[in-house]
Ligand binder design. Structure first.
Ligand code: FAD
Length: 388
């Protein structure tokens, strides 16, 4: 198999690298310290076409032959500089825009997709609740149909990226709580958190990492969702949610690879500079072994992600490949960040170097878009012949 990137993808990769180096890096230390989110950066990414690789031109996308591959390559390049700033690929395209493209009506697509692709609207997607994480089907938020076709929604979503800054996003809620099996009672909606009555949001101010990526709660108190906000058929929300996760999980895996690359680059540079016992520490076999492990895991993770993306670009499902890639890349990123901290010694423990940020951000990949255990459940399901 030839893994040379197609020319149009390579061009976009170079653009993403330049963007990350020139637009994100210069203010990164300050932004990380102050937990600054800059919406203008999202719009700038939109202008460069980062959110349009999978979107047809009629909705202002760039509709590439290798749209999934391009999306993961951009995600890697952004995460190489900043894990926080690679999230918009999911919050704009892989989450809301791609799901709308697949399940939305013509009107919904025309209304929302171009604004998400350009970055004019900030996006989000909301599954998680205070008592519901891995077991998505046990969510409590419900939307009750009214005689005029609208829905009244009550519930609470938490740990939602972009919750308090989002203009539009996906909401998953039960419309039929009696249905058997229960997940057939779930529906998907497109919501406008800032504009619609009954939807409130609160920022989660203190979190462990991803400081430049806003996270918060969405609160629904008799929120009126118009009939036109239903996405796809009523009762198909679980299927829509799983389809969305197939995309957002893939880009998340790519973000882990980008962070792994950052660890590798930082470790190699430091190992070639830092001297102990009269030699650079990179001359010691144990440090070489640490770097070799990081390198091998990084290459393997990247190939797993390319494999899943190429399968999606052929129009095939890649749930298994995506879970394998996400599981492996997340664990590799955490391992790489851990080894980087060790290689830097006490300097790794200071905020002068990025080791702390790399560890904090890497840990998110073992949690978001399905924890590592959830990925192992999916992978073993295929391996044991219980899923096909
Ligand atoms: C920074 C950040 C951003 C996020 N952004 C979003 C977002 O935009 N939208 C959104 O909807 N959610 C978001 N989330 C939430 C995230 O998707 C959930 O945290 C994740 O799905 C795990 O759910 P949980 O935290 O409730 O853990 P739980 O499901 O409570 O799991 C706790 C532990 O138990 C394990 N576990 C659970 N069930 C099983 C099982 N059956 N077998 C083995 N082990 C199991 C898990 O692996 C985990 O180790 C975000 C989270 C973070 C940290």
């Amino acid at each position: 198999m030839n893994f040379e990137l197609p020319e149009e993808v390579e061009l976009l990769r170079m653009t993403a690298r330049r963007f990350a180096e020139e637009e994100i890096k210069p203010t990164q230390d300050e932004d990380e310290k102050n937990h600054t989110f800059r919406p203008e950066l999202v719009r700038a990414m939109g202008e460069l076409g980062f959110f349009g690789t999978l979107i047809p031109e009629e909705y202002d996308g760039v509709d590439m032959d290798h749209g999934f591959l391009a999306a993961v390559v951009i995600s890697i390049e952004l995460a190489r500089v900043s894990a926080s700033w690679s999230l918009p690929i999911n919050m704009q395209m892989m989450g809301p825009a791609l799901t709308l493209l697949r399940f939305g009506t013509k009107e919904q697509k025309e209304e929302y997709i171009p604004k998400l692709v350009s970055g004019e609207y900030l996006g989000c997607f909301a599954m998680t609740e205070p008592n519901v994480g891995s077991d998505v089907a046990s969510m409590k938020t419900h939307a009750d149909k009214q005689p005029d076709g609208s829905y009244i929604c009550n519930g609470q979503k938490t740990w939602i990226s972009n919750a308090h800054v989002a203009d539009a996003g996906l909401l998953y809620a039960y419309t039929d709580r009696e249905s058997k099996p229960k997940h057939r009672g779930m529906s998907a909606f497109i919501i406008e958190p800032k504009n619609w009555d009954g939807i409130d949001s609160v920022a989660i101010e203190e979190k462990f990492g991803l400081f430049c990526s806003p996270t918060g709660e969405l609160l629904f108190e008799d929120a009126k969702l118009p009939a036109t906000s239903l996405l796809g058929e009523e009762g198909k929300g679980f299927k829509i949610c799983m389809s969305q996760l197939d995309g957002t999980r893939l880009s998340c895996a790519a973000r882990a690879v980008g962070l792994g690359e950052a660890c590798l680059e930082a470790s190699v540079e430091y190992a070639n500079e830092r001297k102990q016992f009269g030699k650079t520490i990179g001359e010691f076999q144990m440090v070489q072994a640490q770097i070799a492990e990081m390198y091998a895991e990084h290459e393997a993770a990247k190939l797993l992600i390319y494999q899943a993306a190429l399968k999606r670009d052929k129009g095939e499902r890649a749930t298994r490949e995506t879970s394998v890639a996400k599981y492996f890349a997340a664990e590799a990123a955490v391992h790489a960040a851990n080894e980087t901290m060790k290689i830097f010694g006490s300097y790794g423990y200071s905020n002068e170097y990025p080791c702390g940020r790399l560890i904090r951000d890497a840990k998110s990949y073992q949690i978001v878009e399905g924890t590592s255990n959830v990925q192992k459940m999916i992978i073993s399901g295929y391996a044991l012949g219980k899923r096909s």
